[in-house]
Design a protein around this ligand. Sequence first.
Ligand SMILES: [Cu+2]
Length: 403
Amino acid sequence: MVITRKDIATLTDQELTQYKQVIEKMYKNGWMEWFSDIHNRHNTKIHNNSMFLPFHRRMTRDFEIVAQQNYDPNFAIPYWDASKDFANPQNSLVLTDKYIGGDGGASSSGGGGGGGCIANGFQKSWSFKYPNPHCLVRKFNGKTPGSIEPWPSPEIMESVLQRFNRLSDFDPNIQFTIHGSVHLGLGGDMTQTWAPNDAAFFLLHAYVDKLWWRWQSKYGNLWQIDGPGPNGITNLSADDLLINYEGETIRSVLELGYGKMCYQYDSDGIQKTSTATAGPFIGVNRNVVGFGGEGDVAPGLKASNLSGEDLKRFFPKSVNNSSSIGGGNTNNAKRSSNLQKRNNSFMKRKYQTDSPLIPIPPPLPDSWINMMKYKKELVQKVYKEMVELIEILNKSDYISPYF
Ligand SMILES: [Cu+2]
């Protein structure tokens, strides 16, 4: 049976309760610590190279299989599309009491004596023995207590999906952006090599996995493996073995829906415009302008928002699929209506004091770069390009519908 992983924000109350019950059992029987131990032991082999995505896919699936075999045969790990919470992550639905709870920064409850034990959510009374006795800790990384520094927005992630055709480029642009942002944003256990103690780890890694799957399946990179691997491998291939899963090749995790990977996502990243809550471009006939349509993570972003050069560079797949760019398909009525919208949004941005510009996430701290053994120059390169794109979007008339 192929199970479906859903966006945690879309679970019914019953599904959410079921999810929390299963995770609670995983915790009580020591499985959170079991996976923390796997992750901790292999830390230096599974992050600073192209093994990152295959290993984390396999481990997340392992977690799911254990839960299915022991507690609920239909269990599917939900994912957390954290990029949608980019502007004010601390306000995320997922970080409320009903879901996984929030900050522990100022909390003195839970036996931690102010050590950041989380104060709400279903994990609030958890305590671990691994790797040392402690409560579940979160310390949000914002400048004011209880706040989280911004994360990369859905548009940034969509650009990453479109821009790169090699795993060796794609991987760091996932790892150092949304992946690092969420780990560091939540803080506490999530910044440690035993991060799987926190259920947030699996919600995040299901999302990271979904991004990879979208890149593989929608953008034609199904079997693409290259770049450095663990144990001195200079160019990883699909025939190389996974870390920790003896005798299993990378190839065996590449295709979802088959064999051991018998799960799918509720969408490959599809965010229909109907789910967007605001923004001036909702309702635009996106089939005409080339962007959007089924599966677009940047709804509302249109060819007319960016210069041809920027489009080609940051959203090359949308340019290719576009019937209007280069195709001469845009009629005059369409053109003038686009112009009108451009003017409207420019005026809005100019005169609104709370002009919704896409915020720039902070760079990864050196402590994290060192712990993960990342190459600093690569981290800086990825960061620089992300900032560049954000600035281009902010200077354009584009307004993210995710605000
Ligand atoms: Cu990891």
